[in-house]
Each structure stands twice: as C-alpha cells, then as structure tokens.
Write a protein of this length. Structure first.
Length: 674
C-alpha cells in the first residue's frame, strides 16, 4: 500500500457541509474514522436554542441571527425601552445624584444647579451659599444671574461700590468669596444703578466706566445721563446708543475726558452754557469712534472738543468719523497730533472754528463752519479754520479735504503764526460772508502769512480750488481785506480762485494780494465785482522787500464798473528787488487802466517781470493815464487793449490795439506800429 500523507492531497476550493474529514481519537480499537464538516462544527461549537438565548446564561453556545433577534425581543419593556417609552423619556427628569434628602430643597438645587430667585440684592446677600450657588437677581434694572464664587474678592467688592458685578454675602467675608455676575462681556450701565433720568449720576457712571477696560459698557437710547466730570479710562469700549450726557452746570472742567484706546460709538454732550465752559477732551492715543458732539444751550465762552497731546508726546492713531460742536467760542481744537484722521468736523456759532496746532501726517476729510458767535470781535483768531505751529515744521503734511466756511468774523481760512508750516493742502475750499462784522479787522477767504520775526517762509501751502462769496464785509479799510493773501510763502499755489457776490455789492474788497514770497503760483482766477484792486503784489510794512517767481496765470479779474479811479492791478513796490513777478494770460476788466506800478527807490527794481494779457473796459472808464501807468519802464508788456493815453513799458513790449487790430512794439522808448 502506498503511504499518502493528508497534506499531500489536492486542495478543495469549495468544500460543502456534507464533505467528510478524517478524525482520530481515544475510541475502542483506536481506529481512524470520518465525519462531515457540518457535524464537526455543531459538536465543537453548539448553537443556543431560543430558550437558551432568551435566558442568556450559557457562556459556550453561539447565537444565530434568529436567536439574537429573539433574545433582543424578549428584553423590550424589561431592560430596553419601547418606542413609546422612548418618547416619554425625552421629557422625563433625569436621575439626580447625591440627593440624600429630597426634602431638602436647598441641597437639591445645589446638586442639580438650578438657580433660585432673589427679589433684590438684600435677599441675595442673605442667602445660604452652602445651599444656593446660582441665583437669578430680579431687581429692576439689575436683572441677571449671579454665581457664588470662592476666592478673595475684597478688591473687586471695594471697587464695585454700585454692586453691578460683585456683591458681598452678608455672612461671609469678601476674602472668602462673592456673588459674581455671569455675563457675556457686555456691561449694562443700569446694572450699576444708573437710571438716565437726568439727575447727577457722575459717581455711578465713573464707577461703571472704571470696570469698562477690556469690556463694553452700554447705555440706553433716549436716556439723559447727568454728569459733572467723568473720565473714560484706557481701553474703555463705550456704546451710548445715542444717549445724551448732560453736564449739570457750566464749568471750566471738561465734562468728559478720553484716555488711550477708547472705542466709542456716539458721545453726545450737552451743557447749559452761559458761563465759561468746557466740553469733551481727548488726551489719549488711538481714540476710535463714530462721533463726538458737544453743545451748549446758549452761546458760551470756552472749548467744545479739545484733542490735545503735549509738547513732549503727540497723540497718534486717532480715527474719528465726525466731530461736531455748537455755541462754544472756540469750537474744535486739534493740538499736538500725529498720524491721525478726522473724517468730518462741523462747528456752529463760533469765534474760532477748527483750530490746528502742531499736527503732522494727518487728514481732515471735510470741515464745515457757520454762524458768528456773539463773543466774536472781528480781530485776530476769529477764523473758521486756523492753522498754526509752536515750532518750525510743527505742523507738517496735513490735508484738509472739503472746507466750507461761513460767517467768519475775520479771515475764513488762516495759515499763520510765528513758525514755519510745511505741506498743507486744501483740496476744495468755499467761503461765504467773511469778515462779516462792521468792526472786522480782516476778512480774507484764504490767508497764509508767516510773522516777520521768523527768517524763513511757509513751505508748500496749496489750495487746489477756492470759491468765495461776499468776502471782506468790514469797513476798517482795505488793509487785510483781500480775498486771497499770500505773504512769506515758498513753493506754494492757489488754483482756480473764483469770486462772486450774492448779498453784497461786491464779491470782495480786494482780490489777490501777495508779498515777500518765493515761488508762488495763482492759476486761473475768475474774480469779478471787486470793489477796488483785483491783483496787488506789495511789501507789507516791516517785511522783506524782495520777492521772486510769483505768477498769476490765466483767468480773469474784474473790478466794479464804477471803480473808474482805481487800477485793477497795482504793483506796490517801493524798495524791493522783484524778479519774475508776472501776469501771464490774465484778462483784466474795468477800472482806470490795466496796471499801475510804483517806481521803486534805492536798490529796488523790477527784473524779468512780464505783464501779459488783455484789458477790457466799458463806457464808465475815465481813460485817464493810459492802460499802463508807471514811469520806470522796467516791466515787459504783451497786452491787448484799446488805445488811449500813453503806456509805460520796457523796450520789446508788444501792444495790440483792440480798436483797430494794429500791433505796436516798443523800441527806444517809443511804441511803433508794425
């Protein structure tokens, strides 16, 4: 017989239950036998019956899908909930833990953390903190959840005198714990007992504000909060929601002061005024908000909004959408500020509207001023916008976008002082009714002047466009009444100055006036109905007499037709060396002549000066003197005008006679027809 090993047999890929396999075991005779696969499995791992499956006590028998289902079904309603029972369970109370005595309500609440209710703080303070750890305070205005918190809260309890966030328990020292309000980080002013009924709530508001850093403090719309003086501390976030702060009485103490990093929506302040008064003061960096507003009930002497750094430390990073003031003599002051932006400034009833000192790298997008304050005198500083510095270049790189100025008692837009200002730009300016008092000592639409004590000049003073109406209404004489005045300015310009009259008989008393300048251009003027002189270069008394590279180019100027004894253009040079002080392409209308120029004395002279343009006059002209009056013959002329009288001009000048078209050139002191 051949010896064949089982592992040498061929493999069966798909055995069936009835296939046989050899077995060997301790049987009689020790013979090798056979059995089927099915019988082998059943005897080695028997299957549980239904009864055994439902009993669940046999650990050796296996479950089939059928017996598994039968076992689960037998547990429904016993250890497993039915569908109906599950629906009931959704709303059922869960089993509590550690409820050793269900009759003890305090212990039950403590274990399951269900808050009790306290009608007021007195009730809250008297609670047993071993029984109640979570309480809902129902006191009107102070509603909210307080949690008993262990720890040393003595500092907070001492600071929170109004019990807005921290409340001491009667029977427990504040060093051991306190009732602490649970909230989302937004505090309500009413939690601190602040009613907003108009009475003096300074102490309460200040205490609430002291907790504001890092949190938001909300006031209520429509409420009036009475104050004497409050300080919004560093990091405060204030949301007034349109509420009003009412200063109890006018005083020289600021009603509201903002420190560093104050974030606000609207801060509205009103004051009874009448006596000397002060409104809002910003002394911190990075103030951010939508609007600051200060208003006195009646006209008062004092400051509306004052933004103020120091000589040693300017404020930076201010971003305020709108500042508005009313009835304060000095409305809005911006002193010692860098790298900041105010989008809009509005002043109503002012002596000085917007006052800027030592501001750098900053912008005011729009500014509006109207209404003359009863304290206005018409003297210096009675301006809608006043820009100065307390050191050379203290004010540097400032842009004022749209500027609208009405009713200034003196000049509307004034750039001045004893120190150099650099890189100041007005994008678009409009002025109305300037120098509006009978006693006004000045009334320019725009004036830039550096005092003679400083040896330098203002630099890069620029006005992109300028409109003025009813300018220089005062009767104090012509001095200081020109619509545009530029004195001691360098590399500066005024573009597109337009002058009109509405309620006055003239648009301005004088038009363009400039002196002691270097590199100034006035482009495309359109100024009509001037009372006296339209263009007037001159040397103010006590100022340097020399001047160079000042040009009026293009446009037209016109004096009133009745001003037949006045020259529309007057060169008032007495002793200076004037180089390229010129008019190029300017149309001059009315008056007695195109230009009259003084003959300088001593070292004074006109060098490279050109008058180029056209002169027109109506029947009201007297015809006296001729179109060009002046005996120095130092200025080159290229002029179109009617022929009358005589003309004084430099050899090489050209005169085109508009009555007949003849062109004449001056040679050897005589005009000869070409």
């Amino acid at each position: 017989m051949v010896d064949i090993r089982i592992n040498q047999l061929p493999a069966e890929a798909s055995p069936v239950a009835t296939d046989v396999v050899p077995i060997d075991g301790a049987t009689v005779g020790g013979a090798t036998r056979k059995t089927t696969i099915q019988d082998l499995v059943l005897i080695g791992r028997p299957t549980a019956s239904q009864a055994e499956a439902e009993a669940g006590t046999n650990p050796t028998k296996v479950m089939t899908p059928l017996t598994t289902k039968q076992s689960i079904a037998s547990e429904v309603g016993v250890s497993l909930a039915s569908a109906a029972q599950g629906l009931l369970a959704d709303g059922a109370a869960q089993k509590a833990q550690n409820l050793s005595d269900l009759a003890d309500i305090g212990t039950a609440r403590l274990n399951i953390k269900v808050p009790t209710y306290a009608a007021d703080r007195t009730t809250l303070k008297a609670l047993d903190t071993t029984k109640d750890a979570l309480v809902y305070l129902k006191e009107d205005g102070r509603e909210g959840i307080f949690e008993w918190t262990a720890g040393n809260f003595s500092a907070q309890i001492t600071a929170d005198t109004q019990e807005g966030l921290y409340i001491k328990a009667d029977a427990i020292a504040s060093t051991a714990g306190a009732w602490v309000r649970i909230f989302d980080g937004v505090m309500k002013a009413k939690w601190f007992g602040i009613s907003g009924g108009g009475s003096d709530e300074t102490a309460k508001i200040q205490q609430a504000s002291d907790f504001a850093p890092g949190r938001q403090l909300d006031f209520e719309w429509g409420k009036t909060y009475g104050i004497t003086a409050i300080t919004l501390k560093t990091g405060s976030k204030i949301r007034t929601n349109g509420a009003n702060f009412r200063k109890i009485a006018a005083s020289t103490t600021y009603a509201i002061t903002l420190q560093d990093d104050v974030d606000f929506d609207y801060i509205f302040l009103s004051s009874p005024g009448a006596a000397a008064d002060r409104g809002i003061r910003v002394i911190g960096n990075r103030a951010r908000g939508k609007r600051l507003h200060a208003e006195a009930d009646v006209a008062t002497d004092g400051f509306g909004v004052r933004i103020e750094g120091t000589v040693l430390q300017s404020l930076t990073g201010l971003d305020i959408n709108k500042i508005s003031t009313k009835n304060f003599s000095s409305q809005t002051q911006v002193f010692y500020v860098d790298d900041s932006r105010i989008k809009k400034s509005i002043v109503d009833t002012y002596v000085t509207g917007l006052y800027i000192i030592n501001v750098r790298n900053s912008m005011i997008d729009e500014t509006y001023a109207s209404g003359t304050h009863p304290s206005a005198t018409g003297g210096a500083g009675n301006n809608a916008i006043l820009v100065e510095a307390t050191s050379d270049y203290g004010t540097d790189n400032v842009t004022i976008g749209k500027a609208v100025a009405k009713d200034s008692a003196e000049h509307a837009l004034r750039v001045g002082g004893f120190f150099i200002i650099r890189d100041l730009l007005f994008l678009a300016a409009s002025t109305y009714n300037t120098g509006c008092l009978a006693g006004s000592t000045g009334g320019a639409s725009f004036k830039a002047l550096l005092e003679v004590s400083n040896p330098g000049m203002h630099e890069n003073i620029r006005v992109n466009s300028l409109y003025f109406e009813d300018c220089s209404n005062g009767t104090a004489g012509l001095a200081n009444m020109a619509a545009v005045q530029m004195f001691r300015c360098k590399n500066s310009y005024v573009n597109n100055p337009v002058g009109r009259r509405k309620n006055n008989t003239y648009s301005c008393r004088l038009g363009l006036q400039y002196g002691s300048c270097d590199g100034v251009t006035i482009s495309n003027p359109d100024i009509i109905d001037v009372e006296a002189i339209a263009i007037n270069p001159l040397v103010p008394a006590g100022y340097p007499a020399d001047m160079k590279d000042v040009v009026v180019q293009g446009g037209r100027v016109a004096v009133k037709a009745s001003s037949v004894t006045t020259s529309p253009v007057l060169y008032a040079n007495t002793t200076g060396i004037w180089t390229n002080i010129s008019l190029r392409g300017v149309v001059v209308q009315e008056g007695r002549c195109y230009v009259r120029y003084d003959v300088p004395t001593g070292a004074g002279i006109y060098t490279d000066c050109v008058l180029e343009g056209e002169y027109k006059h109506g029947s009201g002209n007297s015809g006296a003197g001729g179109p060009i009056e002046g005996a120095a013959n130092q200025i080159l002329m290229n002029i179109k005008c009617p022929a009358y009288g005589s003309m004084s001009a430099k050899d090489g000048s050209i005169w085109q006679d508009t009555t007949n078209g003849l062109v004449k050139i001056r040679k050897a002191g005589v005009f000869n027809t070409l």
